[in-house]
Structures are given as C-alpha cells and as structure tokens.
Design a protein around this ligand. Structure first.
Ligand SMILES: Cc1cc2nc3c(=O)[nH]c(=O)nc-3n(C[C@H](O)[C@H](O)[C@H](O)COP(=O)(O)O)c2cc1C
Length: 218
C-alpha cells in the first residue's frame, strides 16, 4: 500500500517538474499594448514612399510601435473568425513571426497579441549576413509551419505558398514603415540552416526570409 502511495507521489512530482519545464510562465509572455488599428498615412502616399533601407539607427522601438507593427504585419483584423491582416491560401495561416530583439527572441502570438519569449540572448547577428542586422533594433524571421497546410500537397507547392504568404506580411510591414517613417528591408540572402538551428525549429518548420525594421540612420 505504502509502495503505491509513494509511486503516486513520485508521479505527481515528476509531472509537476515536467509542466514547469514545458509551460510558458507569465514572465515568458510579454503582452503587447493594444495596437492602433486606424489612421496612418493615406494608402497611396504610403505606396509612393515604400522603399528598402540598409542604414539603421540603433534606437529601440517602443512597445507600442512593436505592437502596431505586428498587428499590421499579421494581427487579427476580424475577430469573429480569427482572420488576419494578410491573406493565406485556404486560410492556412502557416507563417509564424519570430521577433529578434537585443533583449532576446520571441514568437508572436496573434491570439494573445503577445510575444512569447523563446530565448534571452541577442541573436540578431545570426538573422543575416548584412552588417546592419546586428545593430538594427528589430529583425523578423518568417517561418512557415508546413504542418498547417493540408496533407497530400507536395513540398514544392508548399514552398510556393509559404513564400507568397510571407510576402504579403512583408509588404504590410513595408507599408506600415512608410506610413510611420520607419526603415525596413526584407532579406532573402540569409543562412536558413543557421537560423533554423538558432531558433531551435522543428523539421516541419521552414525559414522563408527575414526583415529588418528600425529608425533610419540620422
Ligand atoms: C524576396 C526578396 C528578397 C530580398 N532580399 C534582400 C536581401 O537579402 N538583402 C537586401 O538588402 N535586400 C533584399 N531585398 C530588397 C530588394 O533588393 C529591393 O526590394 C529592391 O532593390 C528594390 O528596392 P525597393 O524595395 O526600395 O523598391 C529583397 C527583396 C525581396 C522581394
């Protein structure tokens, strides 16, 4: 009897430790401020000013700016159906945005409109080969989760969709940056294997491209 009691306690203890190790704690979740979802520059003006920049100030973006930026990128725009600011084939919503900052790296959780901390190190330099990536305050990495696309579709087609989906998100960021006087560039010249390892991604997760955002260099 004693033996069963001990085993039961041991099981609860191991389960408790396992839960602690795998669950995101409150300190791992950074709730972003409510995003601004109206206003900004007239769309046609933003289209005219959209451009790629490769010179950045080291100044940080405020949490409010990051919140607005992520909402514009791929936030929920139609709450009732969980639909988002960028389209995706069959509404697969396969793209995850990893947010790489000086103070750590995070996964954007669109449902909570929050950042989930994945690591505390500054890994900006691993998000690309161009010098500015390690100094600019924000680098996004777009990762497609192929498991979110229907089974029975071959990898080549999945990669076609994934690239398209990331492209819409990237253009949302370009237009938001044009409207807010921020600098940005989408980057395909990246070491995907290195980023895959650094972000501790699974086999079904695929790095598509990265995008830098910051203030223009003075
Ligand atoms: C898929 C894609 C990948 C790109 N990769 C890079 C890159 O690795 N590094 C870079 O500096 N610019 C990159 N760019 C930005 C282009 O060089 C830029 O869009 C082009 O020169 C036109 O300039 P504009 O965006 O100011 O109109 C990329 C653009 C796209 C669409």
């Amino acid at each position: 009897m004693k033996h069963y009691y001990f085993n039961g306690l041991l099981f609860i203890f191991i389960f408790f430790i396992f839960s602690l190790c795998t669950m995101a704690t409150d300190s791992d979740i950074l709730k972003l401020p409510e995003p601004n979802t109206s206003g900004g520059m007239p769309l046609l003006d933003a289209l005219k000013s959209r451009e790629s920049s490769r010179e950045y100030s080291t100044a940080k973006l405020s949490e409010q700016k990051l919140s607005d930026l992520l909402w514009a990128a791929f936030g929920i725009s139609r709450t009732e159906k969980g639909l988002r600011t960028a389209p995706s084939a069959r509404n697969w919503q396969d793209i995850d945005i990893y947010v790489v900052l000086a103070e750590g790296w995070f996964l954007y959780d669109h449902n909570k409109h929050a950042l989930i901390r994945k690591g505390g190190e500054d890994i900006r330099k691993y998000t690309g080969s161009q010098n500015f990536v390690k100094e600019a305050p924000v680098n996004f990495v777009y990762v497609s989760d192929y498991k979110k696309m229907s089974d029975g579709i071959d990898e080549e087609i999945k990669s076609f969709y994934a690239a398209n989906h990331a492209g819409y998100i990237s253009q949302n960021i370009y237009l938001y940056c044009a409207s807010e006087g921020l600098a940005t560039v989408v980057r395909g010249a990246i070491d995907r294997d290195k980023i895959h390892k650094t972000l501790k991604l699974k086999d079904h997760q695929h790095v598509i491209f990265a995008q830098t955002v910051g203030y223009p260099k003075e």
